[in-house]
Design a binder for this molecule. Structure first.
Ligand SMILES: Cc1cc2nc3c(=O)[nH]c(=O)nc-3n(C[C@H](O)[C@H](O)[C@H](O)COP(=O)(O)O)c2cc1C
Length: 431
């Protein structure tokens, strides 16, 4: 054993000196009975939240917590349709994980009392660098469906994109929120005339922009849907019947509101994958984009871009914006993550078009990171759908409030008081 050295001994002395005093010599804490005058200022009863949905929602502090509420409220097949992705769901998971690798580099001693989150998207103002992504079958998540989402977009001052696979018609959505910035999302159908008809209806109903989604030549393999036997409309099997027993309100709403059908497609009964494979055209090429550019004079976004060369091609063909997206991981599994694909797309496009990004955005800090790295804005899909499942329109409001609060706080802590002040120097990705 090593001999104790002088240093060890000195340390021993210090240890002895640091010994606690004898218990009997320790100072006694004097106690008295609590007095009402001291207790009263501590009692600050909060007004009870009477509305049960509001109560449930206000307890959710993050989108992840809204997801937990959503899981309890929606039937399993519905939750899985929304939450799930293709095959092993790696595209979805990685797109989320990459935001976990974001490392913020705050700047200090900047006045961030007031933060201005406004920006422009497609040349028009938006209150946040955010838009609601097109999502099909929204009335299945909650009977208030697309109307609820577009109304919240209107209140929040951000764009809303209605999907071709929506369950509320182009005109009904327009009527629900006349002041909202509305975009219509199109898939190219085998029947080009039917697609053209939708474009004309969107134009007539005052939709501002068209989004062409280009990452669905065929349906992705969403295995949760296959395992759950999800069909459109939902079918009553023994399993869904048992599920109904614990979620009676969802079923009551389904059965007492407008039949759950696709508003822009002729009646369909079967699985979503069969529908996609039957109606959408896998032979779509750049010529179809050129055709669309001819029939639509407003702003045109192309969504589902992952390669810089594709970004350059669609901008050459007249796209005003590209959305770097892997469809929330619902199409090809194991794709590059949109956040990591973003820099090369930005380089390819330069200032010829705006670049938006989606996939895995579940917090305001994610939005701030993507914008700092050069995105004009983020689209969110599941973030608002979890809110919708958790509590209809109120739930979408809660999701938006959570994201907006997080955006403001993150900007303040980063030392940026405007969206333009968010720079790549604020963010790096850990390897
Ligand atoms: C339930 C669901 C349905 C979707 N339906 C469509 C659709 O009809 N058209 C489309 O272009 N994208 C659709 N998407 C993809 C979204 O527009 C968006 O790209 C994706 O949700 C972004 O990822 P996030 O959910 O992680 O935010 C859908 C996504 C979800 C979750």
């Amino acid at each position: 054993m090593a001999k104790p050295t002088a240093t060890h001994e000195a340390a021993g002395v210090q240890r002895d000196q640091a010994k606690p005093a004898h218990p009997r010599r320790r100072a006694r804490t004097r106690r008295h009975l609590p007095r009402w005058s001291e207790l009263r200022p501590l009692l600050r009863p909060r007004p009870p939240q009477l509305h049960p949905t509001q109560r449930r929602l206000s307890r959710a502090l993050t989108i992840a917590e809204l997801r937990t509420v959503a899981k309890r409220r929606a039937p399993r097949a519905v939750f899985d349709y929304t939450d799930g992705a293709a095959e092993a769901e790696r595209s979805r998971d990685r797109s989320r994980e990459v935001f976990g690798r974001v490392e913020f580099r705050p700047r200090v001693l900047r006045d961030v009392t007031e933060v201005d989150t406004t920006t422009t998207i497609l040349g028009r103002p938006a209150a946040l660098p955010l838009a609601f992504a097109p999502t099909g079958f929204t009335r299945m998540m909650h009977h208030e469906g697309e109307r609820a989402v577009v109304r919240v977009a209107e209140q929040a001052g951000i764009p809303y994109a209605l999907s071709t696979m929506g369950t509320t018609s182009i005109e009904e959505v327009a009527a629900a929120a006349p002041e909202a910035r509305k975009w219509f999302q199109l898939y190219v159908w085998r029947d080009r005339d039917a697609g053209k008809d939708l474009v004309e209806r969107a134009q007539a109903a005052g939709y501002e922009a068209l989004i062409l989604t280009v990452d669905v030549p065929v349906a992705g393999a969403r295995l949760r849907d296959v395992r759950n036997g999800l069909t459109i409309p939902p079918s009553l099997t023994l399993r869904t019947f048992l599920d109904a027993a614990v979620r009676p309100w969802w079923w009551a709403n389904l059965l007492t509101t407008d039949p759950l059908t696709f508003a822009s497609l002729s009646n369909w009964e079967g699985t979503v994958a069969d529908l996609i494979n039957r109606m959408f055209d896998p032979s779509v090429t750049a010529d179809d984009l050129a055709w669309l550019r001819e029939i639509w004079s407003g702003p045109l976004l192309v969504k589902g871009i992952q390669h810089p060369e594709d970004a350059r091609m669609v901008v050459d063909l007249g796209a005003d914006a590209v959305v770097v997206s892997n469809h929330g991981g619902r199409q090809l599994d194991r794709t590059v993550t949109p956040l990591e694909a973003l820099p090369a797309v930005l380089d390819a496009v330069g200032d010829r078009a705006e670049v938006l990004v989606d996939g895995g955005v579940l917090s305001g800090a994610d939005v701030v990171a993507a914008v700092a790295l050069g995105a004009r804005a983020c689209l969110v899909g599941r973030a608002y759908l979890y809110g919708l499942m958790a509590g209809g329109e109120r739930g979408v409001q809660r999701a938006t409030q959570i994201l907006a609060t997080e955006i403001v706080r993150t900007m303040q802590l980063l030392g940026a008081d405007t969206i333009a002040g968010l720079k790549p120097e604020h963010v790096r990705l850990r390897t």
